[in-house]
Design a protein around this ligand. Structure first.
Ligand code: ZN
Length: 144
């Protein structure tokens, strides 16, 4: 017979497995955030030298407090944006899977506790039986 606790674990497992399947369908991804920045090309005759900077896209990522920057070519902008979005989606999925597994762990506690309690009870009952029962001297009906 299935307990209520087991049933909810089953539901949690189904939900988790659905997320894992989504994760398995992951597309290329990249960690970081896409930013638009103003740059100067270095040509002293260019408009950027007068303050009208060019627009560039960079991908930044923090490593141990330091920001790592990658230049994103304009031709790859859409693709890189898709990578960034996918990374965010996968990260979210991993978080959800982790939370569901935490719930599964917690849901398991009452069941395992019950099992431990039963085992403990069984051993105590046995101890009770072997103790007093073996030490008990039956009244000798032949005396008197
Ligand atoms: Zn320029």
């Amino acid at each position: 017979m299935e307990r209520k606790g087991n049933l909810s674990i089953g539901v949690l497992r189904v939900r988790r497995d659905a997320k894992v399947k989504e994760l398995a369908n992951a597309k290329p991804m990249i960690e970081g955030s896409l930013c638009k920045v103003g740059t100067r090309c270095g040509n002293p005759n260019c408009r950027c030298a007068r303050g009208e900077k060019h627009t560039a896209h960079i991908l930044t990522r923090k490593i141990a407090g330091k920001t790592k920057t990658n230049y994103v070519p304009v031709g790859m902008l859409e693709e890189v944006q898709a990578w960034v979005d996918e990374h965010r989606r996968v990260k979210g999925l991993m978080k959800k899977i982790s939370r569901l597994n935490e719930q599964i762990l917690r849901a398991h506690v009452p069941t395992s506790r019950a099992v431990a309690r039963n085992r403990d009870l069984a051993s105590r009952t046995r101890a009770k039986c072997t103790g007093p029962c073996s030490g008990t001297t039956f009244p000798d009906s032949s005396s008197g």
